[in-house]
Design a protein around this ligand. Structure first.
Ligand code: HAM
Length: 431
């Protein structure tokens, strides 16, 4: 219960933010580009709930990960169910795939999604507690390397479409259930011999989630990490061939990449290909733009049959940050603008009828009800770069007419109100 008389703070919770009208256009731009590319490649939109059973993430992402140990928001229901605000979208899409019988349809199934996610992290540049992600997932079928290349290609197409430059793709393979345990043994041995030379977190991680030692950023551990056994050398023949094919596909697509033997990702469900996208020069400032990989065992972690799967997720706030930093211009809004000007109370009343007519004709308009003088309203029309002004005063109200003024030439004419659409079309061809 909130304490009585406690001052109400009119502000968003820490790490969360409003998306103001001036920023919505950036989200729209990204969503439109993302939807266009996803649908072109045969992905279908899916929306899963903001809340899921906490169990889904604990089992799917892994209990010894930062997300599960520190970053989940839990909600206890009145019926005693433990739910969690979704920290990511992959486990929910996999849950939906089985719950709705997508596993019984032709394989693979391709999904895309866009929406808010929640992680209780320390807010900083590009890191929020509520953020937005877009994601694509391919679930089912064979563990075919062509899909790994398709997901990376889609991600890089989207970055290109958004006019972001200097993309870096870091890629690695972390093997399968056959070869990874052997690698982990070697890694454990190596860190056991060097335990006094690495940080506390590495000593903890090597016991609880060994691969994560390769993610350590502590200066003290860098030399040890550099000389650690290389996971690529431990891949079984099948994983090695799979990774080789992925790289060959990327070469064929002319997509450049950087092999990064330390890339292991922060979620446990991955196997074989993992990758991260960053922008040169901004990586240390905001972290990765996106990341993803194969997760062929996630379905088993959730108690289902094994299905091959892979995907990627990109952070919208980070994409916007980069677009602004690189001074990307948003495409100009298509279509001409009409500004409605009213003079006097009777005319003001008519403006609603005019708006209705414009809406029915598919013409976008701007109006300002709070300004009264013709001069002030014309100034506003110029400010928004309107192409036409519709002027209605006392006389026009009584005559049931409206004045159309071409804002470029300054010419104007009076037309009957019931001929408004035709009148506008004469001036504006492409409405
Ligand atoms: P992730 O690497 O945890 O992967 O997140 C993907 C992207 O979401 C990050 O690269 C970043 O851009 C953005 N992001 C993550 N946390 C935050 C935050 N606190 N604030 C702002 N942006 C953030 C996943 O979530 C996987 N589900 C991706 C995936 C899809 N793998 C396979 N399919």
């Amino acid at each position: 219960m909130r304490k009585k008389n406690k001052k109400i703070l009119l502000q968003t919770p820490k790490g969360m933010h409003d998306i103001l009208p001036s920023d919505e256009k950036w989200y729209d731009r990204i969503y439109k580009a993302f939807r266009k590319i996803s649908e072109f490649y045969g992905f279908k939109k899916i929306s899963t709930p903001i809340l899921e059973y906490a169990f889904l993430f604990e089992k799917g992402i892994g209990e010894a990960t930062d997300i599960i140990e520190k970053e989940m928001y839990f909600v206890k229901t009145k019926g005693d169910d433990l739910l969690a605000l979704r920290p990511e979208g992959t486990a929910p899409v996999m849950r939906a795939y089985f719950e709705h019988g997508f596993n019984k349809l032709s394989q693979p199934q391709k999904f895309y999604y866009f929406g808010p996610f929640f992680r209780h992290e320390n807010p900083q540049a590009g890191r929020f507690r509520q953020f937005h992600q877009l994601g694509f997932e391919i679930i089912g079928g064979k563990s075919d390397s062509i899909y790994d290349a398709e997901i990376i290609s889609l991600s890089s197409e989207l970055i290109k479409e958004l006019k972001i430059s200097n993309l870096l793709i870091n890629i690695n393979s972390i093997g399968c259930q056959t070869c990874r345990p052997k690698y982990i043994k070697k890694l454990e041995e190596y860190y056991k011999h060097n335990s006094s030379k690495v940080c506390k977190t590495c000593n903890l991680r090597i016991k609880r989630n060994p691969l994560r030692v390769l993610d350590c950023k502590d200066d003290k551990c860098q030399d040890i990490k550099k000389n650690a056994p290389n996971i690529i050398d431990s891949l079984c023949i099948s994983c090695r061939n799979h990774f080789k094919e992925v790289l060959e596909y990327l070469d064929e697509l002319n997509i450049s990449y950087n092999l990064d033997q330390n890339l292991v990702r922060g979620l446990d469900y991955y196997s074989r290909t993992v990758f991260e996208l960053e922008v040169e020069g901004l990586g240390s400032e905001i972290g990765s733009l996106g990341g993803g990989g194969r997760y062929d065992y996630l379905s088993q972690l959730l108690g289902e049959n094994q299905v091959s799967a892979l995907g990627a997720g990109l952070g919208i706030e980070r994409l916007i940050y980069v677009m602004k930093a690189q001074q990307v211009k948003l495409p100009e809004k298509q279509g001409k603008k009409v500004f409605i000007i009213h003079l006097g109370d009777l005319a003001k009343r008519k403006t609603l009828l005019i708006m209705q007519k414009l809406y029915d004709a598919g013409v976008s308009f701007v109006e300002t009800q709070d300004k009264e003088s013709l001069k002030a309203q014309l100034r506003s029309a110029n400010k928004v770069q309107a192409d036409l002004a519709l002027i209605i005063g006392q006389k026009e109200v009584f005559d049931n007419t409206v004045i159309i003024r071409d804002m470029h030439s300054g010419l104007q004419e009076t037309i009957p109100l019931n001929k408004l659409t035709e009148g506008i079309k004469k001036y504006i061809k492409n409405i």
